[in-house]
Design a protein around this ligand. Structure first.
Ligand code: GDP
Ligand code: MN
Length: 435
């Protein structure tokens, strides 16, 4: 399949209109007329770019990039292709019972003590997106939310807020975990400087995000979610319904940032995955369009691959996720999670939900159903996805991390572009893009 969409670069237009100005005649009235026209042109260009009318590619096609030399976020980014569902009249009003919203929610696991940082995240997401679409927020906690938490979160959104308690059986350390062995493992991991190794609640959080959130009764009618953590930033106006984008374009999972994991935290995760796949029925669940080559890259960071027993450790950074829960609810994922949970690595090691989700997607999902939300400017300290777009502010296009230089080695986006492709890349002049 091929497509030859081209973005229209508004900068081209601006340069041309400016270049013509000095040639304007010298008679005063004529000069005034031209000045008026020039102002009008500049205004039209400004308004049209603000409204996102940068021309869209007809569809996104993964273009493989052998070696990412230049950050793709330096290239101008518009919106993804149509169909895009937008606000028209009151179709997304909060109290509209016949609204165009689909079964989807903003979702946040959070502690009462994180109220202020959560409000920061909410304000950014409301300002850039949700004040237009008014999707409900669902908050989860292993303890009851305080009245203050409920009052102050509800105060900054017109959308409905729901406050849910996690059932004990979804949170507590399961019976088959040997707590002495767990304590001893935590001590060893701490020596290896694995972050949060001895924080039991962190292990519980990773397990809940891997295998439980989508089983909560409050989400029974929900299909899609957008995961939001405290203290994250959203930088760009997004003017289409991202959940409908997922549905209309047949997407399962959307990410913004790709990173390497610390291999010491997941030493037996890939070996356990291999054991799981040894069963012929389970192996049959692997997609014919899988991203195995991405999971198995050993060239770009060989020591990570070796320590993780055959997995690159490259993963979608899951503090941002826009996804379809049908995938987590599928027979394949449920069996995979069950296997991992019994193996005990959420407690004897420090398996994160990010590598668990990523491996599952890389195996069982068609890679074309995984989408890079390049146009959603996002930061969870210290990593950033900042596109070059007139819709964005307060972030620097193409800047991937903040802080010490060593952080750049954690960037794993090049692997995705190498093995699966950059779906936003434009074909070279005279070249066709291939799916
Ligand atoms: P990091 O991003 O890996 O450093 O981990 P965070 O501390 O940000 O935790 C990830 C998410 O889980 C955040 O949304 C936290 O608010 C939430 N979280 C972590 N531990 C707990 C917990 O024990 N209880 C609750 N309710 N939320 C938690
Ligand atoms: Mn976090």
């Amino acid at each position: 399949m091929e497509a030859k969409g081209k973005f229209f670069d508004p900068r081209d237009r601006r340069v041309k209109s400016k270049a013509r100005l000095p040639r304007v005649g010298s008679a005063r009235p004529t000069r005034l007329v031209f000045a008026a026209i020039a102002t009008l042109v500049v205004l039209i260009v400004f308004l049209s770019t603000r409204n996102g009318s940068i021309r869209l590619p007809e569809r996104l096609v993964h273009k493989k990039i052998e070696d990412m030399q230049r950050d793709p976020n330096l290239d101008l980014t518009g919106e993804p292709p149509e169909p895009l569902h937008r606000v028209q009249g009151n179709n997304y009003s909060p109290d509209n019972t016949e609204s165009d919203r689909i079964n989807a929610t903003l979702l946040s696991l959070v502690r009462n003590s994180e109220l202020e940082p959560l409000l920061n995240s909410m304000k950014d997401l409301e300002r850039t997106w949700n004040h237009k679409f008014n999707y409900p927020w669902t908050f989860f906690n292993d303890e009851p939310f305080t009245e203050e938490f409920k009052r102050r979160t509800q105060a900054i959104t017109k959308a409905e807020c729901r406050y849910e308690l996690i059932p004990k059986e979804h949170w507590e350390i399961p019976s088959w975990i040997d707590q002495d062995l767990m304590a001893e493992s935590a001590r060893i991991m701490k020596e290896k400087k694995i972050q949060y190794a001895d924080l039991t609640s962190y292990h519980q959080m990773c397990r809940w995000n891997s295998g439980f959130f989508y089983k909560h009764p409050a989400l029974a009618d929900m299909q899609y979610y957008w995961r939001v953590e405290p203290n994250v930033n959203f930088y760009c106006d997004v003017d289409y319904d991202v959940f409908r984008y997922m549905r209309d374009h047949n997407k399962t999972y959307g990410f913004t940032i790709n990173l390497y994991d610390s291999p010491e935290s997941i030493e037996t995760l890939w070996p356990e995955t291999v054991k799981f796949l040894a069963d012929i029925e389970k192996h049959s669940w692997v997609s014919t369009q899988n991203s195995m080559a991405w999971l198995r890259d050993k060239e770009r960071r060989p020591e990570h691959y070796a320590k993780a027993g055959g997995y690159s450790t490259c993963h979608f950074w899951s503090n941002f996720e826009i996804a379809d829960m049908s995938f987590w609810r599928s027979q394949a994922y449920e069996a995979y999670f069950e296997h991992l949970d019994r193996a005990g690595g959420f407690f004897y090691e420090r398996w994160g939900d990010a590598p668990v989700h990523s491996i599952a997607l890389g195996l069982f999902e068609d890679k074309n159903r995984i989408h890079w939300f390049k146009d959603i400017g996002y930061r969870h300290i210290p990593f950033i996805n900042c596109p070059n777009s007139p819709k964005c502010s307060k972030c620097e296009a193409g800047k991937f991390f903040e802080g010490e230089d060593f952080l750049k080695h954690e960037d794993c986006r090049a692997n995705w572009f190498k093995y699966v492709g950059n779906e936003w890349a434009l074909p070279e002049e005279g070249e066709e893009a291939h799916a």
